[in-house]
Design a binder for this molecule. Structure first.
Ligand code: FES
Length: 124
């Protein structure tokens, strides 16, 4: 049901874990299934210097979480805010239609973590 790239990110997820003293934290739940994703960010000079995720969810949720961490690492905060759930699913070579909702967590958790950082800094 999943393509090779999705399987690779599922079995060998990148950037798993939680950063110590993160600059931003984002946690989102998927209203469709109740699964949860948490992102921690280290931000330096307006760029995402480091990022880690923890996801309690299905294989597609873990694969999309892993993929989005690779996509946004090194980007400016403005660039990372532009990444959409759809782009994450596309970067994985697509997801089965019934699993597309699982990709909703990935970009949203990153955006939530950036917003958290901006709020803490008084930028929002
Ligand atoms: Fe919950 Fe996929 S079934 S994120």
């Amino acid at each position: 049901m999943y393509n090779d790239k999705v399987m690779d990110h599922f079995f060998n997820p990148r950037n798993v874990g939680e950063l110590e003293n993160p600059d931003g934290v984002g946690q989102v739940g998927n209203p469709v299934c109740g699964d949860v994703m948490r992102i921690t960010l280290r931000i330096n000079d307006n760029r995402i210097e480091d990022i880690k995720f923890r996801t309690f969810g299905c294989g597609a949720a873990i694969a999309t979480s892993s993929m989005v961490t690779e996509m946004v690492k090194g980007l400016t905060l403005e660039e990372a805010m532009q990444i959409s759930n759809k782009e994450v699913a596309e970067a994985l070579g697509g997801l089965p239609t019934q699993k597309l909702h699982c990709s909703n967590l990935a970009a949203e958790a990153v955006h939530a973590a950036i917003k958290d950082y901006r709020q803490k800094k008084g930028l929002d």
